[in-house]
Each structure stands twice: as structure tokens, then as C-alpha cells.
Design a protein around this ligand. Structure first.
Ligand code: S3P
Length: 443
């Protein structure tokens, strides 16, 4: 198994380089595929997930040119005939480890004539997919998959006569919301998605910025209803992708929990539906300075961007409710690490969906942090952590889940002795070059 050993850092200093935001990169590529013409995407994440989306966009008829890249980001020129000119894919569309690719592309295939087959790796084949099959079938697509169409692979026969529906998501999920809204672009009539807790709104913002009016109504009960009228045409738009807040989260925690740290993160996306980790860490006492530096393209729909600075802090435990989890869903593992070393007790409620990510992240974080000496337990939908522990290096298994691998690597920076992170190559899914950055800032 691929394994990296991490020793404690004497200090953490300097500017950390981030990959482009993964969620925005997927959407920028797929909306460029739907838009007739040329779209320039700068600073896209160059991890394995976004590459999977790039390959799928190519298989569906776009021409992608990689204009330049460093270890973490890439610029793409996308030339597409637009939705009306897309080709029936010749082979299987391999989404690899990327749930976002699978679910968003399914929404696009639903409105295309012909057959599209979506598949992925063993992890993706375990993830729940009925949540997209049901609304797409209700709109008029023919969806067939394994295990009663609850699991990948999926064969989708699209329809040019999709109908708008009103869909209530069964769990808060930006991927499901986006799948249905993207199908709604090809449907006749209005497609509405109601969610009990608001999830990341990149799709809505990015569609608006590309000339598609998507309305959002916030409800008194904390939920939201999004609507798009179809059929709708997406206009091409050049996108500058901000740094990934989900990648930044590892450094925010590393800086806050390390006794001698001062780190700078430039151009981080701070979209209100994604910035939960900043606010939760601050509530724990983290010294994080935020300097807004404007917003990405798209006028009022643009993504807010800020420079973040973090330094060694004294943390205390907090209570996190389910609505807050929705705004920090991918950051729960690294938040658990912060809670393990903070003083006092933390409780994170509403983490059930984490069991259906690239791995069962609830089980994985409990097992890994326990091996490192933390006191953490899960009970149904809740994680409880008794903080104030000194962590000791151990062999921990990330189960090839990038967010767990990155969390355990950060733990290794403060744990006594050596931490062996199993499945460390998975870091490349969202944060290629992470271990090089780690070497650089600990020097
Ligand atoms: C994502 C949405 C989230 C998140 C995932 C990326 C997206 O999943 O966990 O990493 O880009 O829409 P769900 O919406 O399924 O919770």
C-alpha cells in the first residue's frame, strides 16, 4: 500500500499554495461543455477528480486544451458545440473516484439523445445513486443501474422531451441539486429543487453568471427552493477558479493546532455556503485573519475570494449543528482533529451523510484518530470528541480517501513520533502536490 511517514514539524511558516476549487472546477468544465463557443478556465484544480470531469467533457464532444499547469492547478481552453451539438459517447464515461462528476454528468446525459454509460472506481460503485436516478426518471430519462438502480454503473438513455419537476432532496446534497438543475436546462417547463438545508450554491451562481436565470428562495424553516425554467441556453464565460477552501482547511487546522505556526493562504474561495470551516474554527478560538480580495467573474454571482492568515492558537471544544455541517461537509474529518486537541468536549451533529462519501468517513476518522490517541466516538448521526489529548504517531489507514489521508498527515505534524499514513496517494484526488507543500512549509 502507498504510505507516507510524517514526523512532527518544528515550525510551520510561509505561504501555502492551493489547488483550484474542486467543486467550481467541475462546474466550470461542464458548463463550458454545455455552452456553444470558447471558454477559458484559469486556475482549475488539477487533481484526479477534476481530470475525470475533463475527460468526460472531451468524450461528450468538447475540445479541451491544457494551456499551462503547475503541480496543483491547470488552465483549460474549452471549445464546445454546446448542448445541441454534443455527441453520444463512444465508450464508458469513467468518473473514477469522483461523485461530483458522476452525479452532475448524469443530469446532462438525461437531456441528451442517445445512450451514456457512467461508471467509476470501487469506492464510487458503493455510493448511493438512487437519489439521482429517481428525479431523472421522473423527468423522462431512462436510467438503469446495478442493485435496482441504486448503484453505479448507470446506463442513461436521455430524452429530448424531459419535463420539469418539483423535487425534494432526501438528504442535503449539492450534487443532487446540481444534477436536477442541469437536467432542468434541457427540460420543458420549470424544474424546482427543494432542500431542507442549503448546500453549496456554485451551480446556481455559475448558471446565473452564464445567462441562465436560476431563482433561489430561502424558506423560513431554514430550507431553500431553487428553480430554473427550461429549455435554457448556457453562454460561455471565462472563469477564474479560486483556491480550494476545502484544501485550505487542512492548513487552517495545521496552523491553529501547531505551537509555532504562521501560514498564509492566498485567493481562497469564501463562498458563504462553503466557508463554514473558517467560522467554526474561529468559534473554537482559532486566530484566522481574513482579507477579502474581491470576487471571481460573474458580477453579483461571482465567488467571493479572500486571503487567509492563520497562526498558533488555543482552541476549545464547540457544538456543531446539522445546518453548520452542511456548510462544512467535507471539512468534518479535519475539524475532528482540531477538536481532538482542543480543550473540552466537542459534539458534531448531523454527520450521517459522511458515511456515504469516498469512504465511510465517520468510521474512518474515529478509527484513525483513536489510533493516534484521541478520545472520539460516533453514535448514529453524531460524533463526540473529548479534547485535550496529546496525539502519538501510529499507523493509520485512510482507506484511499483523500480527506482522511490529508487529515492524518496534518495530525502527523503535531503527534509525537512518526505517523504512517496508509493510502496517501489518494491525496492527489483533490490536492496534488500536498506532500511537497508540507515539506516546504515545515522547513
Ligand atoms: C460537492 C458536494 C458535496 C461534497 C463533495 C462536492 C459538489 O457532496 O461532499 O465533495 O461539488 O457539489 P454532496 O452534495 O453529495 O453532499
Amino acid at each position: 500500500m502507498d504510505e507516507v511517514s510524517v514526523r512532527p514539524a518544528r515550525r510551520l511558516r510561509g505561504e501555502v499554495r492551493l489547488p483550484g476549487d474542486k467543486s467550481i472546477s467541475h462546474r466550470a468544465l461542464l458548463l463550458a461543455l454545455l455552452a456553444p463557443g470558447r471558454s477559458l478556465i484559469t486556475g482549475a484544480g488539477d487533481g484526479r477528480d477534476v481530470r475525470a470531469t475533463a475527460d468526460v467533457a472531451t468524450a461528450l464532444g468538447a475540445t479541451l486544451t491544457r494551456l499551462g499547469s503547475d503541480a496543483r492547478t491547470v488552465d483549460y481552453l474549452v471549445e464546445s458545440p454546446g448542448r445541441g451539438g454534443l455527441a453520444e459517447p463512444e465508450g464508458v464515461l469513467d468518473c473514477r473516484n469522483s461523485g461530483t462528476t458522476f452525479r452532475l454528468v448524469a443530469g446532462i446525459l438525461a437531456g441528451l439523445p442517445g445512450l451514456g454509460v457512467l461508471d467509476g472506481d470501487v469506492s464510487l460503485r458503493r455510493r448511493p445513486m438512487a437519489r439521482i436516478a429517481e428525479p431523472l426518471a421522473a423527468m423522462g430519462a431512462t436510467v438503469v443501474g446495478r442493485a435496482g438502480t441504486t448503484r453505479a454503473p448507470f446506463a442513461i438513455t436521455g430524452s429530448t422531451a424531459l419535463r420539469g419537476i418539483e423535487h425534494v432532496t432526501s438528504v442535503p446534497s449539492a450534487q443532487v441539486k446540481s444534477c436536477v438543475l442541469l437536467a432542468g436546462l434541457a427540460a420543458t417547463g420549470t424544474t424546482m429543487v427543494r432542500e431542507a438545508l442549503p448546500t453549496r450554491d456554485h451551480t446556481e451562481r455559475m448558471l446565473r453568471a452564464r445567462g441562465v436565470p436560476v431563482s433561489t428562495r430561502l424558506l423560513a424553516d431554514g430550507g431553500a427552493i431553487h428553480a430554473v425554467a427550461g429549455p435554457a441556453t448556457v453562454s460561455p464565460l471565462d472563469e477564474q477558479v479560486p483556491g480550494d477552501i476545502s484544501g485550505a482547511a487542512f492548513w487552517l487546522v495545521a496552523g491553529a493546532i501547531h505551537p509555532d505556526a504562521d501560514l498564509l493562504l492566498r485567493n481562497v474561495g469564501t463562498n458563504p455556503t462553503r466557508r463554514g470551516i473558517i467560522d467554526l474554527l474561529r468559534r473554537m478560538g482559532a486566530e484566522i485573519e481574513e482579507r477579502p480580495v474581491g470576487s471571481g467573474p460573474g458580477g453579483e454571482s461571482g465567488e467571493p475570494i479572500a486571503d487567509l492568515a492563520v497562526r498558533s492558537s488555543t482552541l476549545h471544544g464547540i457544538e456543531v449543528d446539522p445546518a453548520e455541517v452542511a456548510g462544512a461537509i467535507d471539512e468534518v474529518p479535519i475539524l475532528c482533529l482540531a477538536a481532538a486537541v482542543a480543550s473540552g468536549r466537542s459534539r458534531i451533529r448531523g454527520v450521517g451523510e459522511l458515511r456515504h462519501k469516498e469512504s465511510d468517513r465517520v468510521a474512518g476518522i474515529v478509527a484513525g484518530l483513536t489510533a493516534l490517541g484521541a478520545r472520539i466516538r460516533a453514535d448514529g448521526d453524531e460524533i463526540e470528541i473529548e479534547g485535550g489529548r496529546t496525539l502519538r504517531g501510529a499507523a493509520v489507514d485512510s482507506h484511499d480517501d483523500h480527506r482522511l489521508a490529508l487529515t492524518f498527515a496534518v495530525a502527523g505534524l503535531i503527534a509525537e513520533g512518526t505517523t504512517l499514513v496508509g493510502g496517501s496517494a489518494s491525496a492527489d484526488v483533490s490536492y496534488p502536490g500536498f506532500f511537497d507543500e508540507l515539506e516546504r512549509v515545515r522547513a
